[in-house]
Design a protein around this ligand. Structure first.
Ligand code: PXG
Length: 437
């Protein structure tokens, strides 16, 4: 038995886990193997990141090779070829118009990097009064101070009340009363985007707002889909007022929504886009921020030729192992046409997800691409989230790994999932829901 005293686990009910551990020891394709040797179907691509499935040889071998060639290279004032190749490859597959790449090591770092770029960009152009950042209720942009400040997960924020000043939030667009059981973009709610202009821009004055940051689809807080026309409306309002629009595509990037990027799926180009997770198929930590060339060029124009144009970066920015993993991952996505594969599976996936509509106590099912959120009516006599946890645990016991947040179950499998596995996945969730009425 593994000793479990020393490790303080992240975002985990430590005492509950240690009393009844769920230990993963290996993984291959669509499955984990647990400490008892059970095969567990991966219903959430690890943590929304293993888009190509587990233990993919081209990625594993690229990492092994790279470790033996160049283990580490300092990223400040030095470079190595693989990080440049990875940036070119990422820019080549990015939404058209986002051609400059800044590397970091996680989605949280990508969010904070993007916010810093937005603030410093305005300043570089002599518009230093733009210091406010607008996020959204129930948004998640990781756990660093900037991301927490613009994020809207009340439970995460309340422990750190003194995060960034100069922040405001849009309302989230979840509206079960009007949009229950949405397949794809919900019909109602485009007008919620107008709040940006009618309330926030009016209240703060647009000349003080640097950027608006949103996840095109809110993942962590229970799969909240963008209503039809909503993201386009945000884009129009930002354009009218010189505000940068940032898409956090940490979850929605790399095929998750049945298109390469949410930006392309919804045909809205942000000024800045963050990604992580699927960038390396989860194999080595890496995040990236993609920006329009005009943003990058403003930094170059503002600083003397010998100067560091943007005083920001991490010891592990563009790490050789991460860059090698990213290169191999992007090539694998391309070789296997995995985004098109996700697109071809999405109808079956969404229909099967929606079949849970009739299960006991299912309040809503929201599904888009290869993502589904199944929101359960909370148990009346237990704390909020107790039912979500029970269903998550019941799925695990039945050999399927899902996520839960509060009383919402989230499903987001690797894009290589087969139709029979889609059926198995939702059959198990349905059974687990029925077992926990
Ligand atoms: N932005 C978004 C949109 C995310 O989903 C992050 C930033 C932060 O990424 P890092 O790599 O710093 O963790 C995320 C992370 C969940 C869950 O339960 C989701 C995430 C992380 C942990 C749990 O759905 N997403």
């Amino acid at each position: 038995m593994t000793a479990m005293d020393a490790l303080w686990m992240p975002f985990t009910a430590n005492r509950q886990f240690k009393a009844n551990p769920r230990m993963l020891v290996s993984a291959d394709g669509m499955h984990y193997t647990d400490a008892d040797g059970r095969q567990v179907l991966d219903g959430c691509a690890g943590l929304w990141c293993v888009n190509a499935g587990h233990n993919r040889r081209p990625i594993v071998e690229a990492i092994q090779r790279q470790a033996a060639i160049l283990d580490y290279a300092p990223p400040f004032q030095m470079g190595h070829p693989v990080e440049f190749e990875a940036a070119e490859a990422l820019a080549a597959m990015a939404p058209k118009g986002l051609s400059k790449v800044f590397f970091c090591n996680s989605g949280s770092e990508a969010a904070d990097t993007a916010l810093k770029i937005a603030l410093a960009y305005h300043r570089a152009r002599g518009d230093a009064a733009r210091i406010k950042l607008i996020g959204r209720e129930r948004g998640y942009h990781g756990v660093n101070f900037g991301g927490v400040a613009v994020g809207g997960m009340a439970g995460n924020r309340k422990h750190f009340p003194a995060s960034l000043p100069c922040v405001d939030h849009l309302r989230h667009p979840l509206d079960i009363a009007r949009n229950a059981f949405s397949r794809g973009e919900p019909e109602f709610g485009v007008e919620l985007a107008d709040e940006l202009e009618q309330r926030i821009v009016t209240l703060h004055d647009p000349s003080t707002i640097a950027a608006v940051i949103v996840e095109p689809m809110q993942g962590s807080t229970g799969v909240i889909l963008p209503p039809k026309g909503y993201l386009k409306r945000l884009r129009e309002i930002c354009d009218r007022h010189g505000i940068l629009l940032i898409f956090d595509e940490v979850i929605t990037g790399f095929g998750r929504l049945g298109a390469d990027w949410a930006a392309n799926r919804f045909d809205v180009l942000p000024d800045i886009l963050t990604c992580a997770k699927g960038l390396t198929n989860g194999c080595v930590p890496m995040g990236a921020v993609l920006v329009k060339p005009a943003i990058h060029d403003a930094f170059m124009a503002a600083a003397p030729a010998h100067a560091i144009e943007f005083p920001h970066g991490y010891t592990y920015s563009g790490h050789p192992l991460a860059a090698a993993a990213a290169l191999a991952t992007l090539k694998l996505y391309e070789d296997e046409q995995l985004f098109a594969r996700a697109a071809s599976q999405q109808d079956v996936f969404m229909d099967t997800a929606l079949s849970l509509q009739s299960a006991s106590g299912v309040k809503d099912v929201r599904t888009l691409g290869l993502v589904a959120g199944i929101e359960l009516t909370p148990w009346a006599d237990k704390p909020a989230g107790a039912r979500g946890y029970a269903v998550f645990q019941a799925c695990w016991e039945r050999g399927v790994m899902v996520r839960f947040t509060g009383d919402t179950i989230a499903v987001s499998p690797p894009l290589i999932i087969e139709p029979a596995q889609i059926a198995q996945l939702f059959a198990v969730v349905a059974e687990a829901v029925e077992a926990n009425r």
